[in-house]
Structures are given as structure tokens and as C-alpha cells.
Ligand binder design. Sequence first.
Ligand SMILES: [Zn+2]
Length: 102
Amino acid sequence: MNWHVGQKVVCVDNVCVEEFLTNGHVYDVHEVRWCCNDKPTLGVGIMASMPCFCTQCLRPYPSMMIGFGSTRFRPLDELDRIQEEVETEGIPIEEPAELVEA
Ligand SMILES: [Zn+2]
């Protein structure tokens, strides 16, 4: 998965972060943070009240933007493609009603 700053992404999993993210909403990627994880965390412009750091090595991140796991998002253009596959092949995906709204 290629994540980059300026990318439009859709939230598909806001479990435990419901106060910050809404499923089906489109967000702009402001920061892509690779540290200890093989999957990056994404900053989508939502600021924390305290400095953020890697939860594994505790290295501080350069801004106070909250980093959310990239697994919580799908690129907007990829989501369009998945939707088309679902419509043509009937592949079940999680919460299709939420995704259609986006
Ligand atoms: Zn780290």
C-alpha cells in the first residue's frame, strides 16, 4: 500500500477512536510516519493535546498530530475500485452502507 502526503483516504475502521474519526468520511493525509511498524501511521490533520510518540520505541513524532494506523483507512481511489468489484462480483465488504455514503 502506497501512502503519501496529500492523498485522500476514507476511514473504514474507527473502533476505539470514534471521537476522532468517522467511518465513511474522507480525510487528507498530512503525515505518513514509518517507525517500528511495517505499516505506517497516518496523520490526517487531527491534533492531539499532548506530543505523540511511537508506541513501540517511544521516539517522539515531529508534530502533535495524532497518528492513526493505516489499516483504519483505504485510499479513496482504491475504494472506488473495490466498490466496482463488489457491484460486479458481489464480494462482501464491511459496512457497505457507510462506504457508499462516501
Ligand atoms: Zn518506533
